[in-house]
Design a protein around this ligand. Sequence first.
Ligand SMILES: Cc1ncc(COP(=O)(O)O)c(C=O)c1O
Length: 388
Amino acid sequence: MNYREQLEILQQKKQLRKLRTMQPLIDGYVILNEEKKLNLSSNDYLGLGTNEDLKREFQQLLNSHPEWHCYTASSSRMLSGNNELYEQVENALSIHYGKSALFFNSGYHANIGILPAITTKNDLILSDKLVHASLIDGIKLSSAKHVRYRHNDYDHLRKILKENRGRFDRVFIVTESIFSMDGDRCDLVELINIKHQFNVQLYVDEAHAVGAVGTKGLGICEELGVVDEVDLIIGTMGKALSSVGAFVICNESVKQWLINKARPFIYTTAMPPINLAWSLFIINKIPFCNIERQNLKTLWRNLGESLNAEGFNVNAESHIIPVVIGDNETTVKLSEHLLKKGFVVMPIRPPTVQVGTSRLRISLSASINWQDIKLLGLEIRNFTKSLG
Ligand SMILES: Cc1ncc(COP(=O)(O)O)c(C=O)c1O
């Protein structure tokens, strides 16, 4: 393959990805190219990542724990990297959820490790058509048979199950609770009905819900009181929980199985203790972040209403609000236009989303002021009108 030529093709299709350097400030702002912009492409949903009070409090805690001042684990968890902080983090999660917890280096590691570890060639994985790339990659690495059902279409899922359930030992339904690029939610109650009807297992990735949703901020499973009904819940630390890493909530025998079989758990250097210490600190804060969760909810409801008033017909079911534009070129131009107006809203294009559904993915943070985004809908409307 000629990389240069292929990159040129990507450029022509307006699909070339480039890195931008940004420096976070407070209240949802960043410095980009030496200018202050409002960041609407971050997953710091509660604004904890830039909360100076929290940083100060953590700093004080660090002063009394010199053993946490360690910036590498120097080994995998299986060897000598299993710092006692891992146990504390997993215990804290386990107490929150009332089930066992196992920590991974990232959500990507978790999804590509767990799915191959828990399935065999005699199993079937049924995944929602729009699940995240890490889930798709995990499914590809597993030896199970795989079929996708149409997005949130449970009649379709039932049909596939009726035709196939008898042919497989076990069946796993894989979904996100809040979809990363669409911001809509799966219907967990319906999925649990299906689970019981067909005797299948549920694997729910709550990457975008953990921290941001739930009475205790533990996600949609917690909000609906169905943690015990879901076999595996994935939570990530890098989004609302403003840290790094991920976890799975499951029963103890699945946890022990993963310790033995999940390759991205076994064959990688463990988390540095300093990151685990921050994760533990944040995990203990999460149940008490109701004000942030309420602010976030008010913000996405307001923005949803304002975008709909401008005629965009957005689905505003969460803090992730997609404005689907369609083609790559217009989406990129709109994103560039918004940047000039002071908003960072990255264009999302294929292969992340389906061809013809390129979009602006607006992701909100509780630290943003409504006044700062009040006119965003109008700005997008004016731009699209100017195109005719
Ligand atoms: C649904 C979902 N799962 C997993 C991940 C990966 O998590 P991490 O960033 O911790 O690797 C993401 C990241 O965007 C995601 O959206």
